[in-house]
Design a protein. Sequence first.
Length: 261
Amino acid sequence: MSKAKETNVIMSRRHLIAGLAAGTVTACVTNPDTGESQFMLVSEGQLAQMASSAWTDAKAQTPISRDPHLNSQLTRVGGRISTAANRQHENWEYAVFDSDQKNAFVMPGGKVGFYRGIMEFSDNEDQIAAIMGHETGHVTGRHAAARYSRQMAAGAGLAAANVALSRSDTRYKNEIAAVLGAGVTFGVILPFSRKHELQADKLGVDYMHRAGYDVRQSVRLWEKMAADSSGSRQPEFMSTHPSPETRVQELDSYIRSKGYA
């Protein structure tokens, strides 16, 4: 590698680092719900616009349950939890998807989807409230915008590193690039996602408590999840979600520390 080329690569790296550092300063905002400083390159409003079509597609691709009990229950629980989170004036929309999946999700803009399977799996309304609190916690925690911003920044760093590698004479640079990509995935994006999941669990417990639900049912729910999914999970370090056992431990400790039970 010539001295001129080496200098160019070093300067490119320096410019990248300086640019990302400047972006970090200008894009950090304080979340009033958590008190945390968050790195943001996109607003919740921008993501809500992007998610609108995805929500429409989801409702078009999966049948909506016509069970009046399930729909009224989900709307009732959603109303109580959103009020507890002081987000009752936002444009929430709830849908029960007619599928056996034991899952639920939230999209930017307050679009909340529960699958019939998870509602039937729950023993009582308190456990449904635990799931609703968790999904609401993703909204108040601004997790979608934070995760999207981190992925944008990680992608920019990876692209610049690949440019530097392509200009060098380093042996096995393809292998190094592959490992670098894995490092970005497992070292930055996935652990950050697990942090969001655990924070959403705890915010959800706060909202359950304020709404008058039995917070211990959140622990019972994840104990059931652990028993139901035993032997079918990938290693936790490769998952965007903590294991059910980890969630049980974290929730139990948090509930005790807050004096909720």
